[in-house]
Design a protein around this ligand. Structure first.
Ligand code: BES
Ligand code: MN
Ligand code: ZN
Length: 506
């Protein structure tokens, strides 16, 4: 699917070539147009419908028309977009694309008029989401409903940057969705590593893939313990994007890549166990983010660390009670083999130290408890730095990929005590998402700015619409672009600051 942005006035929309047309109608348009006495067919139809109150005011309410005289597109949807905020725009677009029942390979013209950068991004993501369908492991080719989307706005030039970012985000989100959706036998650690290698052919990207021997040599005993019950060999993916000078400290992203989580010897119950193929959604999000970095080429360095393996029960599998030594040297009593995410992440967090990150952010479908706490709207956000937490929360709010800060009081760590190792890998049932975060924090130096996103509730949808969401790619990318902008601003100010210091000396 491709997107195009064009400056169009509503009066020009009727003559544009398209199979279907969506006209977004914000509340603000009511007053202006009723008095403007429009003379083109489309405007007459829309303003009359609004004036006659034949379209409800609620966001997403719509009116459909077929073969409107004077309008090229066969199907037209007039849809209410309320205050034209990103959230309202998304709702309106999802409703309209759904109602149009487009069939396949269609060309859509979406008229958005006066639209903000955030609403434009929401609009692109919503059309992509509404027309996405997973096809990779189906035997018959199923073309996508939308082939081309032309977005008409008042001023395309002013929105060029926002449009480029939105388009790259959509592509990255789809990459993450695709890999998270793939069945576990089609998304093994080896296959994920190959996908990362493909991805690394992009500009300024570099990849390194470590296997079982490398990881053993390094001493990642916690990660190895999880992988040892599986026939599929583990893969540790190290992906780097260099958009700034080598010496510039990178943001390091870590993604949980459990390509299937049976629970191990602490076996999960059967119902819905298939959904544990999504347990590599953190990995998919981190890798997917690099798709957009390759496209947008922002001026900062980013490292992606993605530990991948299966969590399987087997004669050689790790057992409840086993004690292992992590890369950090700390020992861990594995009381529950189903708390495996933190075991692979803790070694990746220690590995991250060598990059001296300006910020270290891990992303993981870590706990069912987080789903109970926050549902599927906001991801759980944990951080040892207020500034980093605020930046991530703002990035999530701006991209409709929101998260919510959770506590890290040391008292929560009590339950992780062990009689036989430095710590246990589980605490009691209360605050399960928090105690998992406290476990991870034991592997991060207090001087290191760190954040953890528990995406267990937001990475996929269950039920009839079962499938990956591609979250939190949009949040991560927005954060990285904001960070690049902050860095640019700092370095622009730095020479002046230095000059100022010199002047004061004299
Ligand atoms: N991958 C799961 C977390 C999960 C569960 C995500 C359900 C989404 C839905 C994780 O590895 C896990 O099994 N966590 C356990 C931890 C427990 C044993 C302390 C959990 O949440 O039950
Ligand atoms: Mn588990
Ligand atoms: Zn898991």
């Amino acid at each position: 699917m491709d997107f195009e942005l064009k400056s169009l006035h509503l009066s020009q929309v009727a003559t544009q070539e398209a199979d279907a047309l969506i006209v977004l109608w914000p509340d603000a348009a009511d007053a202006v147009t009723a008095s403007a006495a429009p003379d083109d067919a489309l405007m007459r139809w829309a303003t009359a419908a609004v004036a006659d109150a034949d379209i409800d005011k609620a966001v997403g309410s719509l009116l459909l028309a077929h073969r409107l005289p004077g309008v090229q597109a066969r199907k037209v949807a007039l849809v209410r977009s309320g205050d034209a905020s990103p959230a309202a725009t998304r709702k309106a677009v999802l409703a309209a694309v759904g109602a149009l029942k487009l069939g396949s390979n269609k060309r859509l013209l979406l008229w958005a008029g006066e639209v903000s950068a955030g609403a434009l991004a929401a609009l692109l993501q919503a059309t992509a989401d509404a027309s996405y369908s997973y096809t990779t492991t189906k035997s018959k080719a199923q073309p996508r409903s939308l082939q081309h989307v032309l977005v008409g706005v008042h001023d395309a030039t002013a929105l060029q940057g926002a449009f480029a970012q939105a388009r790259a985000t959509v592509k990255a989100v789809e990459w993450a969705k695709e890999w998270a959706n793939r069945p576990p036998n089609h998304a093994t650690p080896t296959l994920l590593a190959e996908a990362a290698q493909q991805l690394a052919q992009g500009k300024r990207l570099q990849v390194e893939v470590l296997g079982p021997q490398d990881v053993t040599k390094l001493g990642m005993g916690a990660y190895l313990a999880v992988a040892q019950g599986a026939e599929e060999p583990l893969r540790f993916i190290v992906l780097r994007y260099q958009g700034a000078p080598k010496a510039s400290a990178p943001v390091v992203l870590v993604g949980k890549g459990i390509t299937f989580d049976t629970g191990g010897i602490s076996l999960k119950p059967g119902p819905e166990m298939d959904e544990m193929k999504f347990d590599m959604s953190g990995a998919a999000a981190v890798l997917g983010t690099f798709v957009a970095l390759a496209e947008l080429q922002p001026a900062l360095n980013v490292v992606g660390l993605v530990p991948c393996c299966e969590n399987m029960p087997d004669g050689r599998a790790v057992k409840p009670g086993d004690v292992v030594t992590s890369l950090s040297g700390q020992t861990i009593e594995i009381l529950n083999t189903d708390a495996e995410g933190r075991l692979i992440l803790c070694d990746a967090l220690t590995y991250a130290e060598r990059f001296k990150p300006r910020a270290l952010i891990d992303v993981a479908t870590l706990t069912g408890a987080c789903v109970i706490a926050l549902g599927n709207l906001r991801a759980g956000l944990y951080s040892n730095r207020d500034e980093l937490a605020q930046a991530l929360q703002a990035a999530g709010d701006a991209t409709l990929d929101p998260c919510w800060r959770m506590p890290l009081d040391d008292e929560y760590e009590e339950g992780l005590k062990s009689n036989f190792a430095d710590m246990a890998n589980i605490a009691g049932r209360p605050a399960g998402s928090v105690t998992a975060a406290k476990f991870l924090q034991k592997f991060v130096a207090p001087e290191q700015a760190w954040a953890h996103l528990d995406i267990a509730g937001v990475a996929w949808k269950g039920g009839a619409a079962k499938g990956a969401t591609g979250r939190p790619v949009a949040l991560l990318l927005q954060y990285l672009l904001d960070e690049a902008a902050r860095m640019a601003k700092e370095s622009a100010q730095a020479p002046q600051a230095a000059a100022g210091a010199k002047r004061r000396k004299r």
